[in-house]
Design a protein. Structure first.
Length: 404
């Protein structure tokens, strides 16, 4: 193997390059990044950076000198427009080509935009890239009335930050509970009450029909019943779409993401896909799964580096994730979708509890709020291939920590 080309300069793409050099790969490594900045962390963007606690320089995964010191060719502001599978090269927007022996697609995802009139007004913001966060920070600091469209992780994190900065905040969620696609009703109710207790107006089953403006700038959000919620800033957090256009145009298999096998290979064995853009099989999942998390990006980057070096193994890392909102730290381990039973441990009212998720009597995931010991125990439990039953979890005095 002489040349590895990585399309995407996010956490996943960076990890492939760093892991290859860490394991003494001697070939050429090229990272092609569309953004004009070196690889950086995304999680602090909606929290620490906008809040003013994290400086932009602290977001970088490695300082600039890391890349030349490790012979990693990082090309920024570089857009790939096509894959030439037959010629083993990628085509850039300027018409140049870059040849590869192994190609890694780490193209991530893009925000799902709000499909209503007025969504292009000034003062309607998204949080995905550093540029988004840089533009958002002064707007939040200057805003009086902030409307957040979407009651998922990003939306609620932004709502918490805006409220902590003194804004009046309204959250408009289309479903009948918060984070409905990823957590149980116990968690949804807890976070609804947490935000309302901080003065956030959480409105559920709320449809958005129009962004209202004056002079080209947002002044409010019109809801399904016709009422208008005043806003001088609207933050939209309604999900991420996998950036799989390159793969599709190259006739690689895609299904709401770039489809890969257990070794993270696409339908072309010379091309891998990892991170937010990849739809992959996992021992804990029923069918393909696509995960948007730092853990998944890092672990898949390491796995692909091993595969390129001739040590390919089926990807089976235990998924985990976190979200910080006010004083509540939510930590998730496993896969919590498609559950048919839950058991709650701890004290929900005190904000220290865990929810265990089961499917067919098998433990599939654990959500922990301000219970780091439960989260650590859960990761050890899944990592060791152990489990507990719903009946055991309901036994008085049951402890996750005692199971590992």
């Amino acid at each position: 193997m002489t040349a590895v080309v990585i399309v995407g300069a996010g956490q996943a793409g960076f990890q492939v390059a760093a892991s290859l050099r860490g394991k003494k790969f001697g070939g050429e490594i090229v990272i092609l990044g569309e953004e004009p900045v070196l690889p950086y962390q995304r999680p602090p963007l909606s929290k620490g950076y906008v809040k003013g606690e994290t400086k932009q320089s602290a977001l970088l995964l490695r300082p600039a000198e890391f890349y030349p010191a490790n012979a990693i060719d990082v090309r920024l502001g570089c857009r790939v427009v096509a894959l030439d599978r037959a010629g083993h090269s990628v085509v850039l927007a300027d018409g140049k080509t870059v040849a590869y022996d192994a190609l890694v697609l780490a193209t991530g995802g893009r925000v799902r935009t709000l499909p209503v009139p007025g969504a292009d007004l000034a003062g309607v913001a998204y949080v995905r890239t550093l540029a988004d966060a840089v533009a958002l920070k002064p707007q939040v600091e200057a805003a009086a009335n902030v409307v957040v469209v979407g009651g998922g992780f990003i939306g609620l994190e932004c709502a918490a930050v805006a409220r902590m900065l003194g804004c009046e905040v309204v959250v408009l969620e289309a479903m009948d509970r918060l984070m409905a696609r990823v957590v149980s009703p116990v968690l949804s109710d807890y976070y609804r009450d947490l935000h309302r207790g901080r003065g956030v107006d959480v409105q559920l089953s709320a449809s958005v029909t129009e962004i209202v403006g004056d002079g080209g700038r947002v002044t409010g959000v019109r809801c399904g019943g016709g009422s208008v919620v005043p806003a001088d800033l609207v933050i939209v957090g309604i999900g991420i779409i996998a950036s799989d256009e390159l793969a599709k145009s190259a006739a690689l298999d895609c299904d709401r993401g770039v489809v890969v096998d257990a070794l993270l290979r696409t339908s072309d064995p010379n091309i891998y896909a990892i991170g937010d853009c990849a739809a992959f099989p996992h021992p804990m999942a029923d069918g393909l799964v696509r995960l948007e998390s730092v853990q998944n990006a890092i672990d898949q980057g390491k796995a692909v580096a091993d595969a390129i070096l001739g040590d390919a193994k089926p990807y089976a890392a235990v998924p985990w994730f976190w979200s910080d909102q006010y004083e509540a730290k939510l930590q998730i381990v496993g896969l919590t979708q498609r559950y048919d039973d839950t058991v709650t441990l701890g004290d929900v009212a005190a904000g220290r509890f865990s929810v265990l998720y089961f499917r067919g009597g098998v433990l599939t995931g654990i959500d922990s709020v301000n219970m780091p010991s439960d989260h650590v125990a859960g990761r050890k439990l899944f990592g060791a291939g152990k489990t507990v039953t719903p009946d055991a979890a309901r036994t008085p005095g049951f402890s996750l920590r005692a199971q590992v």
